[in-house]
Design a protein around this ligand. Sequence first.
Ligand code: 0O2
Length: 267
Amino acid sequence: MEIQLWREILSPYEQAVDELLIKFNHIIAQYRNSGQYSPIEAVNGRVKKISSILDKMQKKNIAMDQIVEEMDDIAGIRVICQFVEDIDKVVEIIRGRSDMRIREEKDYITNAKQSGYQSYHIILDYDVYTINGPKTIQAEIQIRTLAMNFWATIEHSLQYKYKHNMPLHIKEKLHAAAVATVTLDKEMSQVRGEIMDAQNSFNIKAIIVSEILTNIQNLYRVGNQREVIKIQDEFYNIYKQDDLELLTSFAKQLDIIAEGYKAQSLN
Ligand code: 0O2
């Protein structure tokens, strides 16, 4: 096959990965910007390398003209969560969307693979709109915790190194590590509430500080600059006290002042 043709085949997958990354990153941003805990910690994506597509075609006996229909992970998105419970939330979010039509779900968390691999996979039908018209492609979303991802990344590298001949003692180590991953995720789940509270406070504080500084900056442009410098010093003093209530009340007062100067909406 000509290299040009591979580019044509892979182009809608590249578009799908780009679009899906934007969509998942906006989910994270919307949670965090509204001061809520995000069930998604991070997201990344890739289009499968031509060499890996060729390997999989060989392994699964897939013909060239069948890859669009038969290969479901040419476009791959990996959603990383902090806690196992977050995975359910992410699955729920995806199920609720009309732009990501679920074809299949594979729960390798309830039923871990023989290797010890854990992850929740969703295979999607996803529409991309290209200059040649719409095209529906498949995409695989892998949803897993940080701990599961750590294990899978290491195991994937070892699989690549040893191909199909992984030494028994390494297999055993990986099995033990997979068991430890399950234990770690369970332990972390027990402090989930506390961790979420801490992260929420951190996010809320970051949002308030950003709003305060925007108001100060806007007031500096339209108000009495010496007064604004005083306000800024007051802000630094309050910030040092590390008291969220005090900071919130300062932000509210500043909002009223900024409103008086019609400085809130300035860029
Ligand atoms: P790569 O290099 O990551 O792209 P199936 O039809 O269900 O029998 P299929 O189509 O391979 O098999 O689907 P499956 O088993 O759901 O696996 C899809 C992807 O999940 C794999 O893609 C891996 O990324 C990941 N995965 C599955 N099993 C394992 C495992 O034991 N260890 C690790 N580290 N990852 C796994 P590829 O194409 O195999 O690999």
